[in-house]
Design a protein around this ligand. Structure first.
Ligand SMILES: Nc1ncnc2c1ncn2[C@@H]1O[C@H](COP(=O)(O)OP(=O)(O)OP(=O)(O)O)[C@@H](O)[C@H]1O
Ligand SMILES: [Mg+2]
Length: 311
C-alpha cells in the first residue's frame, strides 16, 4: 500500500515560481526592449520605450504586492497551525488529569476524606488552568481584532509594578525564588495601569517559568531622559539569538525539550508587545543561552502639561 501526502497546488513555492516565470522574466525582457528603444531615440521610439518601461515597472509593482500578500497569508496559515498545536497540547494535560481524578472519585478509589478532597482540589486547579487558557485566547482575539481599549492617564508606574508583584507572589511557592526589587521610577507616564500590570506580570511569569531551580528574578524601574524604563531580569535558560526576534510573534515558542515542559501557548509576549506599543513605548530583550534574559520596557514621559494630573 502506498501512502502519499496531500499536496496543495497553490503552495507558497508554486506561487513564487509562477511569479518568477510568468512576470519577472517578461518584465526583464520588456524593460530591455524599452531601454533599447529609448537609446535608439526618435519620437516614436521614445514614446514606445517609455510606455514599455512604465508597463514593465507597473507589472513588477503588482507582482511584488502579490508576493507580499502571499507571504503574509502563508505566515498567517503557519500561525494558525502553531496555534492549534499549542492549544491542543495545552488542553490535553489538564483534561487527562481531570479525567483521572474524576474516575478515582467515581470508582470510589479514594479511601479517605482527605484523598477525596485532594482529588476535588486537583480537579478545581486544572479547571482553573483551562479557564485561564480560554481567557488568554479570547483576550488575544480582542487584540488581533483591534478591539482592546487602553485608557491612559498620567500616573507613576510604581502602583502598576506593585500590583503585578502582588499577583506574582500569589503564584509562587514559598522560598521558590529570590526576588530582587529596585523600584526608583517616579516620573509620570501616560499609562493604562491594568495593561502595564498585566504586561509586567507576563514578564515575571516567564522569568519564573523559564528558569531552573535557583531562581533569581529582578524587577527594576528607573527614570531615564525622556521616560521610564522597567526591567525584568532572570538567571534562566536564556533565548537562542535566532529566536530573539521571533518570540514577540503570537504563538512562537522556542523549540526545545526543557521549554516544551513549561505550559504556555505563546501569547504572553505578543500581549506585552501590544500593551507597550499602545503606550508608544519600546520593548527590548537581551539574553544569553544558559545565563538568563532581561526584558526592558521603555515608556515615554507624559507631556509636561499633563504631568500635574499624576497621582
Ligand atoms: N524569560 C525567558 N527566558 C527564556 N525564554 C523565554 C523567556 N520569556 C519567553 N521565552 C521564550 O519565548 C517564548 C514566547 O513567550 P510567551 O510568553 O509569548 O509565550 P509562553 O510563555 O510560551 O506562553 P503564554 O505566555 O501564552 O502562557 C516562550 O515559549 C519561551 O520559549
Ligand atoms: Mg509567557
Amino acid at each position: 500500500m502506498a501512502t502519499t501526502r496531500s499536496r496543495p497546488f497553490l503552495s507558497e513555492r508554486n506561487i513564487l515560481l509562477v511569479i518568477i516565470l510568468g512576470v519577472l522574466v517578461p518584465v526583464v525582457l520588456m524593460s530591455a526592449a524599452g531601454i533599447v528603444a529609448l537609446v535608439i531615440g526618435g519620437v516614436e521610439n521614445i514614446v514606445i520605450g517609455t510606455l514599455v518601461v512604465s508597463f514593465a515597472l507597473g507589472s513588477l509593482g503588482a507582482a511584488v504586492t502579490i508576493l507580499v500578500m502571499v507571504r503574509r497569508r502563508a505566515r498567517l496559515a503557519r500561525q494558525q497551525v502553531t496555534f492549534l498545536t499549542n492549544v491542543t497540547h495545552e488542553l490535553r494535560t489538564p483534561l487527562a488529569a481531570i479525567r483521572l481524578y474524576a474516575q478515582t472519585l467515581q470508582l470510589d478509589r479514594a479511601a479517605t476524606d482527605a484523598e477525596r478532597r485532594e482529588c476535588a482540589e486537583a480537579i478545581l486547579r486544572d479547571t482553573e488552568r483551562l479557564g485561564q487558557l480560554v481567557e488568554r485566547v479570547l483576550q488575544w482575539r480582542k487584540i488581533a481584532e483591534g478591539r482592546r481599549l487602553y485608557e491612559r492617564r498620567p500616573d507613576a508606574v510604581e502602583p502598576a509594578l506593585r500590583e503585578a508583584l502582588d499577583a506574582f507572589r500569589g503564584l509562587l511557592r514559598s522560598g521558590e525564588a529570590t526576588l530582587e526589587l529596585d523600584l526608583r521610577a517616579t516620573r509620570p507616564v501616560d499609562i493604562d495601569r491594568a495593561g502595564i500590570t498585566e504586561a509586567v506580570l507576563n514578564l515575571l511569569v516567564n522569568a519564573h517559568k523559564y528558569t531552573g531551580d535557583r531562581k533569581v528574578i529582578a524587577l527594576r524601574s528607573r527614570d531615564v531622559e525622556d521616560g521610564v524604563e522597567i526591567e525584568v531580569e532572570d538567571n534562566g535558560i536564556g533565548i537562542p539569538t535566532a529566536d530573539q526576534g521571533r518570540i514577540f510573534e503570537p504563538f512562537h515558542r522556542v523549540d526545545d525539550r526543557l521549554r516544551s515542559q513549561a505550559p504556555g501557548v505563546g501569547l504572553g509576549l505578543a500581549i506585552v508587545k501590544d500593551v507597550v506599543s499602545a503606550h508608544d513605548g519600546r520593548l527590548r530583550v537581551r539574553s544569553e543561552p544558559g545565563k538568563g534574559s532581561a526584558f526592558t520596557v521603555f515608556l515615554p514621559a507624559a507631556p509636561p502639561a499633563r504631568e500635574g494630573g499624576a497621582s
